[in-house]
Design a protein around this ligand. Structure first.
Ligand SMILES: *Cc1c(COP(=O)(O)O)cnc(C)c1O
Length: 407
């Protein structure tokens, strides 16, 4: 190997370290549960997106094991060659029904969904108007498409409308014919802030300007809507949103990604979505686990778990307020505790870790520089006693941390 190879990488790593942005991978023994072992220590984690506690659910694990036994460990090929098995078709039927959409397409994960869908529907001359805080996979998808990327401030409807007006002006040629496609992109529940997009207003704006809308429901699916389909269902907007996407790896407890929309849209994606065409189909075990998750959501247990999750959220918010922190006003299982500096956030997370509390520090590039935070995420499996331990640790952390670090 060339001598400068390692040296170059080491220099880059030390830059990251000096900016307090170094990340490391923690190996967790056992399963995604609130109480986990990491190395020789047992910690309480407030870090996963397994909001309903389904990842460790016996029904999902059994479904995955059965699918591996009956359909094989791998799919053997990409979806368009010979990799589409009965489990994929069944999962897609169920997803479409769950989302109340005509059709669905399953991908290996949510990331692959975004980078597969966006370049398929956007060309270089098209315009994507995106919320400032959308997930990296959507930004990457737009970049891959080569479309013009315009950002509006987080949840800022006035700015969104200004961008739409601008795009509308760009769109017409001399004879007034529309030239470019315009797509608005937002999440419904934002992954690092836990707040909700004003979906109804966004839908009204996109209708007014003749744009299309794609909503990433990664953190809303399984939590909102009477049938737990997400925020679009909750706001009764299913027939007014062109594209919905999401992941099977969060509240659904499995792994995989999906997109839903019209039959024509899905037929088109099958032709043009590169992360679908050039990638091995999702494993039977993952599909079956996701299907079991969907089935569970549709029954009494899904409602019970949702009920429990919201009770946990309310208890946690009360306890956090009592411990001197001020969580944002939104009611969400994602509770960001703003800190600011990257180093301060790391120090606070380390302080909690020493007390066997795992609350991740979220830093650039996941959020903007100087907007570091602790991100507590709650699940239906957390108990009141666990929340009390969290609140006690956070109260102590506040007392030792420099004042400006905790706002
Ligand atoms: C997690 C996440 C994804 C990616 O989903 P994966 O299945 O984990 O790849 C996409 N969008 C948002 C908003 C997410 O939070």
């Amino acid at each position: 190997m060339n001598a400068d190879w390692e040296k170059d990488l080491e220099e880059r790593l030390s830059e990251i370290r000096e900016a307090s942005l170094l990340r490391s991978i923690r190996v967790l023994e056992g399963m995604s549960e609130p109480r986990v072992r990491v190395g020789d220590r047992e910690v309480l984690q407030f870090a996963s997106n397994d909001y309903l506690g389904l990842a460790a659910h016996p029904l999902l694990r059994e479904a995955a094991a059965r699918a591996a036994r009956d359909h094989g460990a791998g799919a053997g090929a990409s979806r368009l060659i010979s990799g589409t098995l009965r489990v994929h078709a069944d999962l897609e039927d169920r997803l479409a029904a769950f989302k109340g959409a005509p059709a669905a397409l399953a991908f290996s994960n949510g990331y692959a969904t975004a980078v597969g869908v966006l370049p398929a529907i956007l060309d270089k001359q098209d315009i994507a108007i995106v919320d400032k805080r959308i997930h990296a996979c959507l930004v990457d998808g737009v970049r891959l498409s080569g479309a013009v990327l315009r950002v509006f401030a987080h949840n800022d409807l006035d700015q969104l409308e200004r961008r739409l007006k601008w795009a509308d002006g760009q769109r017409r040629d001399a004879s007034g014919r529309i030239q470019h496609r315009v797509l608005i992109l937002t999440e419904s529940v934002f992954s690092m802030d836990g707040d909700l997009a004003p979906l109804l207003n966004i839908v009204e704006l996109k209708e007014k300007y003749g744009a299309w809308l794609m909503v990433d429901e990664a953190h809303a699916t399984g939590l909102y809507g009477e049938r737990l389909g997400g925020l679009i269902e909750e706001f009764d907007l299913r027939d007014r949103v062109e594209i919905q996407m999401g992941t099977l790896g969060k509240a659904l407890g499995a792994s995989g990604g999906y997109v839903t929309g019209s039959r024509t849209f899905i037929d088109y994606l099958v032709q043009r979505s590169r992360s679908l065409v050039f990638s091995t189909a999702p494993s039977p075990a993952a599909c079956a686990a996701a299907q079991a998750g969907l089935e569970l959501l549709g029954g009494e247990e899904g409602q019970e778990r949702r009920f429990r999750l919201w009770a946990v959220v309310d208890q946690a918010r009360r306890l956090l307020l009592e411990s001197g922190w001020t969580p944002e006003a939104v009611r969400s299982p994602i509770i960001p505790l703003p800190v600011g500096g990257e180093k301060e956030a790391m120090d606070l997370a380390a302080f909690l870790w020493d007390r066997c509390l795992w609350v991740p520090a979220i830093r650039y590039p996941t959020v903007e520089r100087g907007k570091a935070r602790l991100r507590c995420s709650l699940t239906a499996s957390h108990t009141l006693a666990m929340l009390q331990l969290l609140a006690a640790g956070l109260k102590e952390a506040r007392q030792v941390a420099p004042k400006e670090a905790c706002s």
